[in-house]
Design a protein around this ligand. Structure first.
Ligand code: NAD
Ligand code: UDP
Ligand code: UDP
Length: 329
């Protein structure tokens, strides 16, 4: 380990992806500052790191300026599930846009490298399939997902303008659906919803006819991609797709979860939300080439680890009849 540790900020560090990233960075010998306003993040997620002298947690909203000294910034702060980002859409856009400006200002002043957690949502409801980084997307700028999609698109614009105008050392990752332990049990995302419903013996809610597709990446693989991207040369900016190219229909995911949990739950059909993308799958050729990276954890294995996490959470809560949200706090 180096005598002087690298000082790394993870915004959104108490969230699902952020907390795994903080753990990974500590293991790599970094000095980690987790910055989070706990909107969707939880102190439980970072509890195991408190007490490590190289870890520090700061309650802070990135729509306000932040003055610290730092070598690298991973900008993950932003609610990621449709329920959460649509809860206060104006705040979602502010977090993406004003938050990006503040973090880029911080990077500009300190000369730090900065990585943006962008999203496959910049492709909207894609008409090109699978999506590669040159595809410019099909986003409805007026719909309920726009606060997130357009916020993230504007953040990407800011990243590239800070590079052109101020020589900022940027990296942009476009993350596709990622799952694993520490997803919020009530955030409405499909993997956590299906697993919690299956474990509690409740109906599994399939939106639309379930033929829409997604490709699910296990969190450890994604975090490894983040770190590799941050370690690339300054000339390499992305945007870079990070995700698992194994595409399945959402109805198939429900079948996997039912099989792996041995659940008696039945599937019920609900209306497809507005602007729900019909298909999504990353083309990761560029990440394979640039990072020598590709996901390693197969879907069933990742689902088993995630099921074990939620199973423990529900057991600790004192019974499966109890709300999973209560269990999380
Ligand atoms: P999450 O909701 O678990 O984490 C987001 C974190 O950001 C939370 O801890 C939340 O409290 C914090 N936060 C929100 N607004 C903030 C603000 N203004 N100031 C400070 N902290 C704030 O979601 P996640 O799945 O861990 O996603 C992390 C990042 O990755 C997000 O930027 C998201 O857009 C991106 N992403 C995630 C996925 C995925 O599948 N998980 C896919 C695409 C992109
Ligand atoms: N900023 C910050 N921390 C810093 C430097 C800047 O939070 O260490 C914020 C600051 O509030 C500013 C924003 O980042 O509004 C953009 O900074 P920049 O230097 O690009 O612009 P300016 O200060 O000229 O507005
Ligand atoms: N979905 C579903 N049932 C649920 C939650 C989600 O069928 O209980 C569907 C949703 O309509 C979408 C897919 O699963 O087609 C993925 O949804 P999620 O909210 O996880 O992420 P998205 O990729 O849409 O941002």
């Amino acid at each position: 380990m180096a005598l002087i540790s690298k000082r790394v900020i993870v915004t959104g560090g108490a969230g699902f992806l952020g907390s795994h990233l903080c753990e990974r960075l500590l293991r790599d010998g970094c000095d980690v500052l987790c910055v989070d306003n706990y909107f969707t993040g939880r102190k439980d997620n970072i509890a195991s790191m408190i007490g490590d002298s190289r870890f520090e947690a700061m309650r802070h909203d990135i729509t306000f300026p932040l003055y610290v000294e730092v070598d690298e910034i991973y900008n993950l702060a932003c609610p990621a599930s449709p329920i959460h980002y649509q809860y206060d859409p104006v705040q979602t856009t502010k977090t993406s846009v004003i938050g990006a400006i503040n973090m880029l200002g911080l990077a500009k002043r300190t000369g730090a490298k900065i990585l943006q957690a962008s999203t496959s949502e910049v492709y909207g409801d894609p008409v090109v399939h699978p999506q590669d980084e040159d595809y410019r997307g099909n986003v409805n700028p007026l719909g309920p997902r726009a606060c997130y999609d357009e916020g993230k698109r504007c953040a990407e614009t800011l990243f590239f303008d800070y590079r052109r105008q101020h020589a900022a050392r940027i990296k942009v990752a476009r993350i596709f659906n990622t799952y694993g332990p520490r997803m919020h049990p009530n955030d409405g995302r499909v993997v956590s919803n299906f697993i919690v419903q299956a474990l509690r013996g409740e109906d599994i809610t399939l939106f639309g006819d379930g033929s829409q597709t997604r490709a699910f990446c296990y969190v450890d693989d994604l975090v490894d991609g983040f770190v590799r991207l941050m370690n690339t040369a300054d000339e390499f900016t992305g945007p870079l797709n990070l995700g698992n190219p194994h595409e399945i229909a959402v109805s198939e995911l429900a079948q996997h979860v039912i099989r792996l949990t041995g659940s008696q739950s039945r599937i019920v059909y609900r209306e497809l939300p507005q602007d729900d993308p019909r298909q999504r799958c990353p083309d990761i050729s560029r990440a394979r080439k640039a990072l020598g990276w590709e996901p390693r954890v197969p879907l069933d294995e990742g689902l088993m680890r995630t099921i074990a996490y939620f199973d423990r959470m529900l057991t600790l809560s004192g019974g499966r009849a109890k709300s999973p949200e209560t269990a999380a706090t």
